[in-house]
Design a protein around this ligand. Structure first.
Ligand SMILES: Cc1cc2nc3c(=O)[nH]c(=O)nc-3n(C[C@H](O)[C@H](O)[C@H](O)COP(=O)(O)O)c2cc1C
Length: 203
C-alpha cells in the first residue's frame, strides 16, 4: 500500500478556496457509521442553495474544525453546570459552543453505493451521548484524499484512521489552529458567532 502524506497543506495556512463554511442541524445517517465502522458520523443536509460550492467540489475526504451547540443537558457541554449557565449572562455562556477538529466525507459513499450526495462529519472527540438535531458549523480547511471504493470494510476503516491522524497533525500548526482556542492564528470567529436566535432561545 502506498504511504500517504502525514500532513496536508503549507505551514502558512489554508489556501484558496479554503476555508469553506457549512452549517446545519445534525441528522442521523444510515447508522452504519457507529455500528459497522466504529466511527460515528454526524450528517449535515446538503443544500446547494446554502452552500453553492458543494455542487462543484470533488467527492472525497476533507478536514477542518467543527463547532457544536450542545444543549446544557449534554454530558459534553463545556459549561460547568446547567444551573451556573442559566444564571450567567456572558455571551460565552449563552452560546455554549464547543469546537473540535473534524474529518468529513463529501460524496456518495461508494462502498455503500449511496445515490444521494452526503456530508458526513466524524468529530475528533469522544462523546458521552449522541447529538442529533444539534446546530453544527464547519470550517473546512483542506482536502485530504479522493473518495475510494473498497473491496473490504477493514480497508475503509484503516484509511479513515489515517485520515484522522492527518487531520489532527495538519491542524496542530499555528496557521491552521484557531485563534479562538488560544493556540493559533486561523480566524474561527464564524464558528463561535452568535445569531439572534441563539441569544433568544437558550436550551
Ligand atoms: C473521514 C471519512 C472518510 C470516508 N471515506 C470513504 C471512502 O473513501 N469511500 C466510501 O465509500 N465511504 C467513505 N466514508 C463514508 C463511510 O462509508 C460512511 O461514514 C459510512 O457509510 C457511514 O454512514 P452512515 O452513518 O450514514 O451509515 C468516509 C467517511 C468518513 C467520516
Amino acid at each position: 500500500m502506498a504511504t500517504r502524506p502525514p500532513i496536508i497543506g503549507p505551514s502558512t495556512g489554508p489556501e484558496a478556496p479554503y476555508p469553506l463554511q457549512m452549517e446545519g442541524k445534525v441528522t442521523s445517517g444510515f447508522g452504519r457509521g457507529s455500528k459497522e465502522l466504529g466511527i460515528p458520523t454526524a450528517n449535515l443536509p446538503v443544500d446547494d442553495n446554502l452552500t453553492p460550492w458543494i455542487a462543484e467540489i470533488k467527492s472525497g475526504v476533507y478536514f477542518g474544525w467543527a463547532s457544536l451547540r450542545l444543549p446544557s443537558s449534554h454530558p459534553n457541554q463545556s459549561m460547568a453546570s446547567p444551573d451556573a449557565a442559566a444564571t450567567t449572562t456572558t455571551p460565552e455562556a449563552r452560546s455554549r459552543f464547543s469546537i473540535y477538529p473534524m474529518v468529513m466525507s463529501i460524496g456518495y459513499n461508494r462502498f455503500y453505493k449511496n445515490t444521494e450526495r452526503s456530508a458526513e462529519v466524524h468529530v475528533l472527540h469522544e462523546f458521552g451521548a449522541d447529538f442529533y438535531g444539534v446546530e453544527m458549523r464547519l470550517l473546512i480547511t483542506g482536502f485530504i484524499r479522493e473518495e475510494k471504493d473498497y473491496a473490504e470494510l477493514d480497508a475503509l476503516i484503516e484509511d479513515i484512521k489515517v485520515d484522522c491522524d492527518v487531520a489532527r497533525k495538519s491542524l496542530d500548526r499555528e496557521a491552521w489552529a484557531l485563534w479562538e482556542m488560544g493556540k493559533g492564528t486561523l480566524d474561527g470567529s464564524w464558528l463561535a458567532r452568535e445569531t439572534p436566535e441563539q441569544n433568544r432561545a437558550v436550551v
